[in-house]
Design a protein around this ligand. Structure first.
Ligand SMILES: Nc1nc2c(ncn2[C@@H]2O[C@H](COP(=O)(O)OP(=O)(O)OP(=O)(O)O)[C@@H](O)[C@H]2O)c(=O)[nH]1
Ligand SMILES: [Mg+2]
Length: 283
């Protein structure tokens, strides 16, 4: 991405402080990632922040990801002895399943602390993750009501909020945290595709052109099916975007393709799953 991007705005340093200050209070860290980009949608700092704590990796938005790839990612994490679950947190069946495994964890801990110290303890879980992966939505699903603020753009959660999801399980929602150094361009692009980097700081046209190229490489039929492009031979990402615009009648006065509108539409189509359930990364 050519334009300068402020990867670490003030509210992110605040997010980091919030996580650091509360880490000692929690027994479980739930790291939410986007199932479409399980490698890019993490923050290497989480692992350092989470040391000595039980961690659950939650691959969220699995409805938007390629099921066979999600399966591969689950096996990959399990092979490293990590606790991992994949969910669509808008689906109550998935959320109830997750609820059960967290409550089971809390109950085992409760028994253990009673045996060891003669007291019953509430399990506190902190939900961390990069922006827009669905942290607040997961908590709301578990709490069975809308208690944490949600939005379809990054940076919605700002302050601190404990939410009780069970008589002895409490959750802390945290604001999305991106990493300070953005030296991995592929990862940055994947984060832009999935909407974890604010559209205000990306060049949408450039990102959409890259997305077309990525999709053409991984899922060529998608561009053909959705936008009716028959022959993509020899076309680069930008000419494909122009062809898509012409096919879809996204045209400026004068008859030229409206590539800015095309870029917005394409990114919106990918993010919402209208292009299909497409994973960007293999383990
Ligand atoms: N399709 C789908 N959409 C989801 C899922 N989970 C969350 N979303 C949507 O993703 C968007 C972001 O959700 P939030 O819960 O606000 O994400 P967040 O991680 O709390 O974001 P910040 O607080 O900004 O860091 C919302 O539009 C949700 O409806 C899911 O499992 N599937
Ligand atoms: Mg949030």
């Amino acid at each position: 991405m050519s334009r300068h991007i402020h990867w670490y705005p003030g509210h992110m340093s605040k997010a980091k402080r919030l996580i650091q200050e509360n880490i000692k209070l929690v027994d479980l860290i739930i790291e939410v990632r986007d199932a479409r980009a399980p490698r890019s949608s993490t923050n290497p700092e989480f692992v350092a922040l989470c040391r000595n704590k039980q961690r659950l990796i939650l691959l969220n938005k699995k409805d938007l990801a390629d099921p066979s790839m999600t399966e591969r990612w689950i096996n990959f994490f399990k092979s490293q002895d990590l606790w991992v679950e994949a969910i669509n947190c808008l689906d109550m069946n998935d959320v109830n399943h997750l609820r059960k495994s967290i409550i089971q964890f809390a109950e085992e801990r409760r028994k253990l602390t009673y045996q060891q110290k003669g007291i019953y303890k509430t399990t506190r879980a902190m939900v961390v993750g990069i922006p827009n992966v669905g942290k607040s939505t997961v908590i709301n699903g578990l709490a069975k009501s809308a208690k944490a603020k949600v939005g379809d753009k990054p940076g919605v959660t700002r302050g601190k909020q404990w939410i009780r999801v069970h008589p002895y399980v409490e959750f802390l929602d945290t604001p999305g945290l991106l990493w300070p150094k953005a030296d991995d361009q592929t990862a940055m692009l994947h984060l832009a595709y999935i909407g974890s980097i604010s559209d205000d700081v990306i060049d949408m046209l450039e990102v959409a052109v890259k997305l077309i190229e990525t999709l053409r490489g991984m899922y060529p039929q998608v561009i053909q099916n959705r936008y009716g492009i028959e022959d993509m031979e020899g076309m680069d990402g930008y000419s494909l975007l122009e062809a898509i615009c012409l096919n879809q009648k996204w045209i400026r006065s004068g008859g030229n393709p409206d590539v800015d509108r095309g870029a917005r539409q394409l990114l919106g189509d990918y993010r919402s799953g209208r292009l299909g359930a497409l994973t960007l990364e293999a383990p």
